[in-house]
Design a binder for this molecule. Structure first.
Ligand code: FES
Length: 144
């Protein structure tokens, strides 16, 4: 193990311990540390951006494939709760129809995350609202 790698592992372990002590489940912590769907899709079919009352901002990018969500990413400028919630939303909608994606609510995401601090529940709302804003705009455009 190189010095840099060892320092990174120690840092990750410290973050894990802090988040566990704050009330995050291992699932939520892993989403936050791995950030599997963090980023931007330049040729996304469906997008939206939203800023929460806390000032944190996120954007969602969805690329369709044969009528289902092929790829999705979130760009999150926000807290650990916001990042883990956004990553969980992507796992819920990947490979699913947009109609299904529309049924996702805060409770659905909370079930995936298992546990996050009560003070961070509004971060789930921000991830879900960003998704719904994108879907509403998409369906409105289609019906026009
Ligand atoms: Fe703003 Fe978490 S504190 S989304």
């Amino acid at each position: 193990m190189t010095k840099i790698h060892a320092a990174r592992s120690a840092e990750t372990k410290a973050i894990q311990e802090m988040l566990t002590a704050s009330g995050y489940s291992d699932t939520a912590i892993n989403y936050y540390i791995d950030k599997p769907y963090m980023g931007h899709i330049p040729d996304a079919d469906i997008t939206s951006e939203m800023t929460g009352t806390c000032g944190d901002t996120m954007g969602i990018y969805i690329k369709m494939n044969n009528g289902v969500v092929g790829e999705a990413k979130y760009q999150v400028m926000g807290c650990a709760g916001a990042i883990s919630a956004a990553m969980a939303v992507v796992d819920l909608i990947k490979g699913k129809s947009l109609e299904f994606a529309r049924t996702i609510d805060d409770g659905t995401v909370f079930k995936v995350l298992e546990e996050i601090p009560v003070k961070k529940h509004h971060c789930i709302q921000l991830a879900v609202k960003t998704l719904h804003k994108a879907l509403d705009a998409h369906f409105l455009k289609k019906s026009a």
